[in-house]
Design a protein around this ligand. Sequence first.
Ligand SMILES: Nc1ncnc2c1ncn2[C@@H]1O[C@H](COP(=O)(O)OP(=O)(O)OP(=O)(O)O)[C@@H](O)[C@H]1O
Length: 629
Amino acid sequence: MPAGEGEWSDDGELALPYWLTSTEEAANTTFLKMLQRLPRLLRSAWSLAWQASRRTTIAVAGLQLAAGVASAVGLVSVVGVLDGLLREGPTPERVRAAVPSLLLLVGAAAVKGLLSSAAAAANGRLSPKVYEAAEMQLLELTTRVDLSTFDDPSWRDAMERARDRGISAAEQLVDRGIELGTHLIGLVAAASVLAVLHPVLLPLLVLAVLPIGWAAVRSARLNHRRMLRLIAVWRRQRMLAELLAAREPAPELRAFTLRQYVLAEVRRLLAVSTNEEIRISARQVKTTLVGTALSGVATGLTYATLLWLLWTGRMELAVGGAAAYAISMGIGKLTELAFSANRVFEQGLYFADFEGFCDLSRERAEPAPGQAAPPLFHEIKLDGVTFSYPDAEKPAVRDVSMTLRRGEIIALVGENGSGKSTLASLLAGLYQPQGGTIRWDGRDLTAYDPDTVRGQVAVVMQEPTRWPLSARSNITIGRYERSIAIADVLEAAKAGDAHDFVTELPRQYDTLLSRHFTDGADLSGGQWQRLAVSRAFYRDAPLLICDEPTANLDARAEHDVYLRLRELAAGRTVVLITHRMASVREADRIYVLDHGAVTEEGDHETLMAAGGTYAQLFGLQASAYQSAV
Ligand SMILES: Nc1ncnc2c1ncn2[C@@H]1O[C@H](COP(=O)(O)OP(=O)(O)OP(=O)(O)O)[C@@H](O)[C@H]1O
């Protein structure tokens, strides 16, 4: 904050954080729109089940529907029993008349019991498979989108929604779809009986259940809207909660006595979601109350009509008894149907999020032209390359032209945020430029399958990922598909200066590098970096990009790595990003970046003689060293 200009106010964020407003898209889905989409969603969920296991899907659907039919037969036979017992005549005769229906009832109940158990067993196998298929589909699409999509917050929100509820919704939708079908069969049975007994009872029955259905659907939509509104809050709260519980930030949290600050932020976020949940829950209770009251009135009306029919002699008592039973069964079935339709509707909303995310990710998937990049190249040429991150106002790299030849070491220097890492990512084929071209031996990179381009590049990232694998795997994942020769692993480890400390680990190369597991070990920042350098050596690619490979290294290790880089550069192209000016001295060509553009270019002597930014930066570091001695 500029001195003397007051204090930053964070009231704005406390009132309505900017990351909350992005979720204001909240539930534009109307009931009718959703109803139209439901058949398609049910189809997609079923196709996931189909992919997961055809036989189990057929078994589950067949058994459940057969159980539904058995239950319907049971219902009809109860009516037969009542009809037999309540008819006029001597009691033994009435009992005899009821026996066939009674036997049918018992048989149907037994068959239904068997079928339901078999269906439950089959479903027990199908559900986890659907979950697995949905999870795999999500991960496959997530890892196929181009890297810049990860910088797009709306895509990440969509991913969060899909992960949070969407995957389980796929599983649920399959289950609920079957349930809906089963209840539909039961309802058809009850309704047919009623229609036969007296047609006027049927519409009254529907009237009794409509309010419950309305309340259930409204309540489901309230829930879904709540999720849409809160998803960004949950995401942030989870991120902070994970930071509070993770090992890596634990020292900084304590060193800066940040505990109270972060806890207060988590509390604030939890309060936002708790208040919203309480608000929604109150609205849901009101909705259910209205639905149940209206339904009660309509049920009363139905029974009143039945009494009226009996009173006026329009219906016989025997039929009246059966009708009373059918009404009660019908209301039961209709209520079940309304609830399972509601569950389908609710899960459909979440599954629509899953489908939406999958569609979005398919749109953002990297184009993969069939042609493979050449295994070797002589020249990489950038021509007017420009790149902006999603939603960024200014390009991170603008109008950059440069040529990199085989055997050269090229250095990129510049202040923080000047675009060096972004340019390196473009060179590595991680991002596609929005303007200009990157050519390998005259061929535009976009003509090649991006994975095959990356296959020719080894990158040492600024913050290498700390893979929770063994030390050996941390090196060999550089070319995981290659069969592992011990000599190659040792050579790469020695080249990256990792061999010595790895041999001091409790299980040497087999040591698991994660403190989260028993017998796991953790490394220092510099040791992780040495492993990353070894991984890049092991990858043995014609283009090596080192984004501050020595930031965490001690002076001797740094010196050794640069010596080896020189050796490695023979026959390869090395791009080096570093703030240590002494290390770039040896580069064949140095590019100075400022606000994404190249402002100076040449070897060390040329740039020193030019007396520009490079000479200034170099002079600053050299004088710092000199004054220190
Ligand atoms: N993932 C991202 N999403 C949005 N903007 C980004 C992202 N990464 C970098 N930027 C922005 O792009 C610009 C260039 O960043 P870049 O990381 O390329 O700079 P750099 O020169 O490598 O910096 P440093 O020396 O600090 O590593 C910066 O303004 C930065 O804020």
